[in-house]
Design a protein around this ligand. Structure first.
Ligand code: DX5
Ligand code: ZN
Length: 237
């Protein structure tokens, strides 16, 4: 089952309540709040107050994406959040951070910038709920999906499968009806999108089209595998 997270970075902040309601009615699975500090990324977005506000406005899970340098000092501020996403590039002691996130009852997710190799998370892969593959450089919504990230998603998927882990793969950045199929075919389980949801006039149609594009891609994958299997069987006969 593919899940969709609505990143509120492209929402109308003046009408957050209505924007959240629209996205809920459109069937998104959770909300994603991009927290930036102007150091880890060259932008400042929203902080603790907005994340808490979003949490109050919805019954759906809330994921805070910490694009900040000093992860450690902020974790306790987000204790009511469902997922806390931190960047591997920002932390020295990831096991310590993961344990701290778990201790406040949230699910830890580790994010990787596009150029960060998967080796960086090899030994924490089984400790986190999910890995978030950034498919753009973090900091802004509305950027273009970096195509070679499909290779990284495929590689991560094999690492997970080969080890028998049940870690999920999230993707974030430039996800839309053209790129969602590429991401899910490569192994992504969860799609996060801002401009492809809140940037559209009709949020309901936007979410439906995004989900359909992903499901269709998975079906095609499935059908291909099925016909491959069939032709192998025919060869054996
Ligand atoms: C980028 C953020 C993303 C962003 C995605 O730094 O982490 O969550 O909101 O925006 P789109 O979907 O427009 O690329
Ligand atoms: Zn994000």
């Amino acid at each position: 089952m593919i899940k969709i997270g609505a990143s509120i970075l492209s929402a109308d902040f003046g009408n957050l309540k209505e924007e959240i309601k629209k996205a809920e009615e459109a069937g998104v699975d959770f909300f994603h709040v991009d927290v930036m500090d102007g150091h880890f990324v060259p932008n400042i977005s929203m902080g603790i107050g907005i994340a808490k506000h979003v949490k109050k406005l919805t019954e759906l899970p809330v994921d805070v994406h910490l694009m900040v340098e000093n992860v450690d000092i902020f974790i306790n501020e987000f204790e009511e959040m469902d997922y806390i996403t931190f960047h591997i590039e920002a932390v020295k002691f990831p096991f310590r951070i993961i344990n701290k996130i778990k201790s406040i009852g949230a699910k830890p997710i580790v994010a990787l910038n596009p150029a960060t190799p998967l080796d960086a998370i090899e030994y924490i892969l089984d400790e986190v709920y999910a890995v978030l593959i950034m498919t753009v450089e973090p900091g802004f919504s509305g950027q273009k999906f970096i195509p070679i990230m499909t290779k990284k998603i495929r590689k991560l998927k094999s690492m997970i499968v080969e080890n028998g882990y049940d870690t999920k793969i999230f993707v974030d950045g430039g996800i839309n009806v053209e790129t969602a199929p590429l991401a899910v075919k490569s192994g992504a389980d969860v799609l996060i999108a801002a401009s492809a949801i809140f940037g559209k006039d009709d949020v309901k149609t936007a979410v439906k089209e995004l989900r359909d594009s992903a499901l269709k891609a998975l079906d095609i994958n499935f059908l291909n595998k099925k016909s491959e299997k069939q032709s192998n069987l025919n060869k054996e006969e």
